[in-house]
Write a protein of this length. Structure first.
Length: 127
């Protein structure tokens, strides 16, 4: 398990560098997170990220998701924070799932502030 954790963290670092984003929160969202993994289950790594401030002021907005890797071992993709909050406001439970995952690969104080703020605007509570 130690090797896969190192690989996942290397991939997250690579995403930040190559995409020019900062990952706020990264978790496991698949069967492994909920204790139903089979021996051949892949790792479903999901993350929320932010881009530099200037990107949010562009008229030609960059895509709001990153699909990084999909193979027999790793399935890595993430959402821009703006997209995540819009989907959350529409009732999409994905952000709840990602926020409640028992397997957290990395998180930030900024994510903790997002969670606290979100409680004021959305029904329920993000974990």
């Amino acid at each position: 398990m130690r090797d896969i954790l190192a690989e996942i963290n290397e991939k997250l670092d690579e995403i930040e560098k190559k995409e020019g984003v900062r990952i706020l929160h990264a978790v496991e969202s698949g069967s492994r997170a909920w204790g139903f993994a089979s021996p051949d289950s892949d790792y479903d790594v999901r993350f929320i990220y932010v881009r530099p401030k200037a990107d949010y002021l562009r008229l030609d907005e960059p895509k709001d998701f990153i699909e990084w890797q999909l193979d027999e071992v790793l399935d890595i993709n993430g959402w821009d924070l703006k997209k995540a909050l819009k989907q959350f406001a529409k009732g999409n439970a994905t952000l709840y799932e990602w926020s409640g995952s028992p397997i957290v690969y990395r998180t930030t104080d900024d994510w903790a502030r997002v969670k606290e703020t979100a409680k004021q605007y959305f029904l329920g509570e993000i974990r």
